[in-house]
Design a protein. Structure first.
Length: 112
Protein backbone atom coordinates (compact mmCIF):
# COMPACT_ATOMS: atom_id res chain seq x y z
CA UNK A 1 0.00 0.00 0.00
CA UNK A 2 2.76 2.44 0.93
CA UNK A 3 4.60 1.53 -2.25
CA UNK A 4 1.60 2.56 -4.40
CA UNK A 5 1.28 5.89 -2.61
CA UNK A 6 4.98 6.67 -3.12
CA UNK A 7 4.72 5.80 -6.83
CA UNK A 8 1.63 8.00 -7.23
CA UNK A 9 3.35 10.92 -5.48
CA UNK A 10 6.43 10.52 -7.70
CA UNK A 11 4.28 10.45 -10.84
CA UNK A 12 2.45 13.60 -9.74
CA UNK A 13 5.75 15.39 -9.04
CA UNK A 14 7.20 14.34 -12.40
CA UNK A 15 4.03 15.42 -14.24
CA UNK A 16 3.95 18.82 -12.53
CA UNK A 17 7.66 19.33 -13.30
CA UNK A 18 7.20 18.48 -16.97
CA UNK A 19 4.21 20.80 -17.30
CA UNK A 20 6.17 23.59 -15.57
CA UNK A 21 9.12 23.22 -17.93
CA UNK A 22 6.85 23.23 -20.98
CA UNK A 23 5.08 26.41 -19.81
CA UNK A 24 8.43 28.08 -19.06
CA UNK A 25 9.79 27.32 -22.55
CA UNK A 26 6.59 28.50 -24.24
CA UNK A 27 6.66 31.75 -22.26
CA UNK A 28 10.27 32.43 -23.28
CA UNK A 29 9.48 31.74 -26.94
CA UNK A 30 6.50 34.11 -26.81
CA UNK A 31 8.62 36.87 -25.25
CA UNK A 32 11.33 36.40 -27.89
CA UNK A 33 8.76 36.48 -30.71
CA UNK A 34 7.22 39.69 -29.31
CA UNK A 35 10.63 41.38 -29.10
CA UNK A 36 11.44 40.30 -32.65
CA UNK A 37 8.14 41.77 -33.90
CA UNK A 38 8.83 45.08 -32.13
CA UNK A 39 12.31 45.25 -33.63
CA UNK A 40 11.03 44.34 -37.10
CA UNK A 41 8.22 46.91 -37.05
CA UNK A 42 10.46 49.72 -35.82
CA UNK A 43 13.25 48.80 -38.27
CA UNK A 44 10.94 48.76 -41.27
CA UNK A 45 9.56 52.19 -40.35
CA UNK A 46 13.08 53.52 -39.73
CA UNK A 47 14.16 52.22 -43.13
CA UNK A 48 11.23 53.88 -44.88
CA UNK A 49 11.94 57.24 -43.23
CA UNK A 50 15.73 57.46 -43.06
CA UNK A 51 17.34 55.23 -45.69
CA UNK A 52 17.68 55.84 -49.39
CA UNK A 53 16.76 52.83 -51.51
CA UNK A 54 19.09 54.15 -54.19
CA UNK A 55 22.06 52.65 -52.37
CA UNK A 56 23.64 49.69 -54.12
CA UNK A 57 23.17 47.53 -51.05
CA UNK A 58 20.84 44.50 -51.19
CA UNK A 59 20.39 44.36 -47.42
CA UNK A 60 20.42 47.27 -45.00
CA UNK A 61 21.00 46.77 -41.26
CA UNK A 62 19.07 48.80 -38.69
CA UNK A 63 20.55 48.45 -35.20
CA UNK A 64 18.88 48.98 -31.86
CA UNK A 65 21.24 51.92 -31.45
CA UNK A 66 19.84 53.50 -34.66
CA UNK A 67 16.30 53.13 -33.34
CA UNK A 68 17.19 54.62 -29.95
CA UNK A 69 18.83 57.62 -31.67
CA UNK A 70 15.69 58.09 -33.77
CA UNK A 71 13.59 58.03 -30.57
CA UNK A 72 15.78 60.79 -29.12
CA UNK A 73 15.11 62.80 -32.28
CA UNK A 74 11.34 62.60 -31.97
CA UNK A 75 10.30 59.14 -33.16
CA UNK A 76 8.21 56.93 -30.89
CA UNK A 77 9.35 53.38 -31.58
CA UNK A 78 8.22 50.84 -28.99
CA UNK A 79 11.53 49.39 -27.76
CA UNK A 80 10.25 48.21 -24.38
CA UNK A 81 11.85 44.91 -23.41
CA UNK A 82 14.96 45.53 -25.51
CA UNK A 83 16.79 47.51 -22.80
CA UNK A 84 19.11 44.62 -21.90
CA UNK A 85 20.00 43.86 -25.53
CA UNK A 86 23.34 44.77 -27.09
CA UNK A 87 22.82 48.11 -28.86
CA UNK A 88 25.02 47.35 -31.88
CA UNK A 89 24.53 43.59 -32.25
CA UNK A 90 20.73 43.58 -31.95
CA UNK A 91 19.61 44.45 -35.44
CA UNK A 92 17.22 43.84 -38.28
CA UNK A 93 18.52 43.12 -41.77
CA UNK A 94 16.09 44.78 -44.18
CA UNK A 95 15.92 43.34 -47.71
CA UNK A 96 15.05 46.01 -50.27
CA UNK A 97 12.48 45.64 -53.06
CA UNK A 98 14.17 47.61 -55.85
CA UNK A 99 10.98 47.96 -57.87
CA UNK A 100 9.39 50.28 -55.33
CA UNK A 101 12.24 51.06 -52.91
CA UNK A 102 10.32 49.66 -49.94
CA UNK A 103 11.37 47.12 -47.35
CA UNK A 104 10.57 43.63 -48.64
CA UNK A 105 11.39 41.59 -45.55
CA UNK A 106 13.24 41.89 -42.27
CA UNK A 107 15.36 39.31 -40.47
CA UNK A 108 15.81 40.15 -36.77
CA UNK A 109 18.86 39.13 -34.74
CA UNK A 110 18.39 39.57 -30.99
CA UNK A 111 21.49 39.65 -28.77
CA UNK A 112 19.99 39.92 -25.30
Amino acid sequence: MKKKIVIIILLVIITVTIVGVILFVQNNETKKHNLEKKMETASRDYFEKYVSANDSVNVYSVTLEDLEKANKNGEEYDLEGLEKCDKTKTLANITINYQNGKAKKAQVELKC
